[in-house]
Design a protein around this ligand. Structure first.
Ligand code: NDP
Length: 290
């Protein structure tokens, strides 16, 4: 089994970004500046935002964190988004998801200025991605493409099966792998909760991307020998051996896969997650250059 190390790759990219930032400073340009809005106290969201801020520090980016209480109204949140849209010192920003239930998340994302939408969630960026035009692509699927590239995994003509059709992972992943590019040129099958005979489809995947949010859903009998498995899922499961009583795991039952299995796989944690952060910073550097 070959491990695709997202953590090490993410650090390599952050080191490259650091060099690019130093070059900007030498040219008399400002540091790229990423802002994040977080609403409420969701511990997982707080942890993700914390990792993003820490990565900014590491790569020499400026960062700003806007923390709002759980009861923030749509109007108050839109006002914060407008402030960041109009703040010329900020190159790009994100609104950390999920938002509290009383907020219309889609309406908020549509208020983000597309040129600062480094998460790539605005319909303008999603539309450009589907047309193959330059845009900010969502960080998670971009990170997966980067991993395939850096690990020299051949994608042309391969059958890629994507489990999940969300706007932030499954759908953009389908677009990125099916485009005429390298990595790309895959024949893509996108699956969702109504897909029939799922295991028959996954067994034909040269590249299997699991992004459904169900712990250990993909079992060894669903995997083709020698396939490349990208596990996007982040699921918290009970684990009495841990002090916290729980741990994170992916959508793939990696612990059931034989060590002698000849394929490639991303672990959870340490696979796709760190790449998402690196690609967010990459998008921010690009925004700063515009
Ligand atoms: P969503 O809940 O938005 O989408 C889940 C998708 O999985 C849906 O399209 C759903 O189908 C599909 N699905 C659910 N059950 C099945 C099933 N039994 N068979 C086939 N398809 C199924 O999740 P996200 O895309 O936002 O995230 C997916 C996972 O990835 C989560 O664990 C999340 O935490 C993680 N994630 C990780 C990131 C990272 O940086 N590593 C970034 C973003 C997400 P339907 O549309 O029919 O409901």
């Amino acid at each position: 089994m070959h491990i695709i190390d997202g953590k090490a790759t993410s650090i390599a990219i952050q080191n490259e970004l650091k060099i690019a930032v130093d070059d900007r400073i030498k040219q008399g340009l400002k540091r790229p500046h990423l802002a994040a809005i977080i609403v409420g106290e969701n511990p997982a969201s707080r942890a993700y935002v914390g990792h993003k801020i820490k990565a900014c520090e590491y790569a020499g980016f400026e960062s700003t964190l806007v923390e709002l209480p759980q009861e923030t109204s749509d109007e108050a949140l839109k006002a914060e988004v407008t402030k960041l849209n109009n703040n010329s010192s900020i190159d790009g920003f994100i609104v950390q998801l999920p938002l509290p239930d009383h907020i219309d998340a889609q309406a908020i994302l549509e208020c983000v200025e597309p040129t600062k939408d480094v998460d790539g969630f605005h319909p303008v960026n999603a539309g450009k991605l589907s047309l193959g035009l330059p845009c900010f692509a969502p960080a998670t699927p971009s990170g997966i493409v980067e991993l395939l590239k850096r690990y020299g995994i051949e994608t042309e003509g391969k059958h890629a099966v994507i489990l999940g059709r969300s706007a932030i992972v499954g759908t953009p992943m389908t677009l990125l792998l099916s485009r005429n590019a390298n990595p790309g040129n895959c024949t893509v099958t996108m699956c969702h909760s109504r897909t029939q005979n799922l295991a028959d489809i996954t067994r034909s995947a040269d590249i299997l991307i699991a992004a459904i949010g169900k712990a250990h859903f993909v079992t060894p009998d669903m995997i083709k020998p020698g396939a490349v498995i990208i596990d996007v899922g982040i699921n918290r499961i009970e684990d009495a051996s841990r002090k916290s009583g729980s741990r994170l795991t992916g959508d793939v039952a990696m612990h059931l896969i034989d060590d002698q299995w000849g394929g490639h796989i991303t672990p959870v944690p340490g696979g796709v997650g760190p790449m998402t952060i690196a690609m967010l910073l990459k998008n921010t550097l690009e925004a700063a250059g515009k």
